[in-house]
Design a protein around this ligand. Structure first.
Ligand SMILES: Cc1cc2nc3c(=O)[nH]c(=O)nc-3n(C[C@H](O)[C@H](O)[C@H](O)COP(=O)(O)O)c2cc1C
Length: 168
């Protein structure tokens, strides 16, 4: 599926980090990343386009999170996963990654840097924002609404609680 000009412009204009990856191409390269992604990670679109987004893991092993993501891609379903990532300068941050299938192997990813003092309500607020963006894109690109409901917010809260309990 090609990205419409409208969707392309919309993704670039959104102020929360967004990435698009084509999981039907070999090694699921990024096809788009917006300025908010660059602001968060330090990587501009020109440097990341064509690369799998795992480069952000910077050699930190996290097999469970990775297999969770691979399963979601395989089954073309949404998922949110906590990852250890590195900014371009090498510093580590906790990235709550939200991923949504937009159809035909295209996935939307949104990166949320967990604040030093994690707050469930701010994470839920971000989640709501991402759901709005994902729904708008799904409608524009595939003419359908994503099936996102309260369960997703509960799952987000649970992910944050589990992360806080680990004392990261
Ligand atoms: C749209 C999209 C965005 C992604 N964003 C990130 C990210 O911000 N950080 C990260 O560590 N992995 C991210 N990933 C996950 C990796 O690209 C990869 O799918 C994951 O590491 C599991 O595959 P692997 O075991 O082959 O590395 C993203 C994946 C997709 C499809």
């Amino acid at each position: 599926m090609s990205i419409t000009r409208k969707s392309h412009a919309f993704i670039l204009s959104v102020r929360i980090p967004l990435t698009l990856a084509d999981t039907r191409q070999p090694d699921a390269p990024l096809v788009l990343a917006n300025p908010a992604f660059e602001e968060l990670t330090g990587y501009p679109l020109e440097e990341v386009e064509g690369h799998n987004c795992r480069f952000l893991q910077g050699g930190i092993p996290q097999p469970e999170a990775r297999s969770e993501i691979r399963a979601a891609i395989e089954e073309e379903r949404e998922v949110q996963v906590m990852l250890k990532n590195r900014h371009r300068d090498g510093t580590v941050f906790d990235n709550l990654l939200f991923m949504y299938p937009l159809g035909e192997g295209l996935f939307l990813g949104s990166q949320f840097r967990m604040p030093a003092t994690a707050r469930i309500d701010s994470t839920i607020a971000r989640h709501q924002e991402i759901v709005g963006v994902a729904n708008a894109l799904a409608e524009e690109m595939a003419g359908q609404r994503l099936k996102i409901n309260r369960t997703s917010s509960d799952a987000v809260a649970q992910t944050v609680r589990a992360w806080m309990a680990k004392g990261y």
